[in-house]
Write a new protein. Sequence first.
Length: 753
Amino acid sequence: MVNRFSVRFRFIVFLSIINLISLGGNAQVTILENTVVTNDAFYFWKADDPKPYHYGASINPHGNCVKVVNGYVFYTWYRGGWADRTLMVSRKKIGEGNWVHVALPAKLSLVGGKGDTHLTTNIGICPIDGTVHLMFDHHNEDLNYIQSKKNIAFGPDEDFIAANFLPQQDYLIPGKKITSVTYPDLFNNDLGEMYFERRLGSAVGGNIIMTYYNGNTWSEEVTIIQGTGQEVTQGERGFSYGSAYFINGKFYYAYSPRWAESPTALNEGVYVMELGSRMNDKATTMDGKSFDLPVINHAPFLIADPRSVPDNAGWAGGPQLAISPKNDVYMYINPKGTDPYNYLRKQNDTEFLEDRNKGSLGIFYGNRMYKFNLSGGNFVITSALAGTYSWREDFRTNVGINDRKSITVMDNGIIAVVFSEAVNSDKVPIHCFVFQLQKEEYTPQTISFGGLAPKTEGDPNFTLNATASSGLPVSYKSSNTNIARIVNGNQVQIMGVGSCEIIANQNGNGTFDAAPQVSQTLLINANASKSNQTISFNLSPNTYTWGNPNQTLTATASSGLPVQYESTNTDVAIIVDGKIQVKRAGITTINALQTGNDVYNTAPIVSHEYQVPIRQQVINFQAIPNVTSGDPAFSLIATSNNPDANLRFICPNNQVAVVWDNQVRQILGAGTATITVSDEGSEYFTPAQASRTITVNPKIHQIPSTIEAEYYTTKSGVNVTRWSNSIFYLNSWEANDFAEYTIDVPEDGVYEV
């Protein structure tokens, strides 16, 4: 009775305080409830041991343990203390009833008698069939999985009991045991399908695996990113630390690899790929180029390469990602020893802009990105308008409890904050605050654009005067630039006789939605007081051949006046001194113009399409000097005529040399190996590759000394393998296998090697 009274008393007090604070805030935030989930959650604490844990002390709440679905809060946890550690799942309908707890027949493992925060318990809810899914106690372990019967997640409280959960299993598809699970994550798409992401492998050699549950069965597993296995060279072995995001109807994966062979100790690089609506087909770059799964070559997905201080420290974890409803794309990373990096590509832009110290990211709801923070007893909501870093504090309240660890999730404006109370005990209270956030949408706007008076050929430029109800500037375009063109942003330049549409646009911003287009017809009449003229213009050839000189243009006007030329796509080609100067592959239109004078009207523009084919990419790969086993690392030198090439170096024979990026990181046993450098190509350049042979001479081991296993002269059968990314050893021994070494013995005697 005391606990129940305490909960109700807190609810009344905080409701009054929070509603009062909301009146003065920027966003409408309302508390829905404040409850104690349990007083018995496990915490890694012992009175006689200052560190009874690995990595961290808080296992509750930790990881993917909270979900808000269909008006319910679900929370999975381990019950304390040390002798208990029972797996629990709890549920409460927001605004009514009490927490319902289910104790399941499973326990948190201990590692060497200590707690380990790798061993999270994770929850997923499938709204299609009302099932609850729990995955728990993993660090490179066989799958530990418990699923409820159907229609239990949202059913009556009396049905939310252990008897309605199925026995623990180590598979998703019968007969297919799942092994080596680390970092499981469960999340949904907009269809209600539930996805399971996990790592298969190690911290510097693992794959990202995805599968999904459709309310009836689990799909076959799909490898999204491959960092280990026969298809992966030693130099590209690694694990991509990151997270999957479902945003605007698509999945994205944002990550930072930890390479086995990189001099960087931890993770590096900011990468992102778009994976479609189900993550089972292609990986697509942010500029729209698609690649087959699994991804091994990461270069196409690189957004930026910020460095830590020192630059070989790296960082833990992966980058944050947020995308607005209008596709403003944000990324954030916090390297060790320096200020955080922010990257933003606004809607309709093609490049990411780098900033520093603009704040970590949150989740979009409407036209604002929201962040939640509980620290020192204060729960604070901040937000930024889409396309900006202008953070404002929307809401603040003191929860009246000394918090230790919190998890905050939001679903359709319902915010659930689950946090532990900071007490020194192996059993700690867990609290849950639930808030409602009012959505701020993009504001509609309209354009006012009056009719255009007819003009006469030869009239001067005139100004357009459309206005947007938002007050934002209006942009214009012409439906036929041979009749009229937009110059200086809002002026019309008359180019010829006829009619065209002048179209007014306002694309909106973080506050306003795009306005509906408005167009007006512009009529240009001939000037009867002047003579007409024509242009004769042939363009042959109309396709460029790479390596040819610039093509001279030879149009003439019937008036005898000089002809001018222009290229409509200056990224493809420009006109210099009457010649076509090619820039890159693509299509442009070459226009011939004569704008007239006091006697002649402007001549009708004559146009010809000009094609520039994709260019043959050539990679020059410098010869590799002979080296000796054990020599220091060195760089490979290769160049391409493609200025945007992402050169990829691989050496499949990791018994002779290990190549990472453009460096030969390890020079191993005697022999030869082929190193290949390649580029995927682009819409402007063909794919290309070049190869060189590296020859490694045997090391002469001076006796007495330690003979390194990897610096052999010859071997048969046995393999050189890395151990903990620092020590090489010989394994896979079979009968008659051998490894031979060359030694230099200074004099007769007995030596220990």
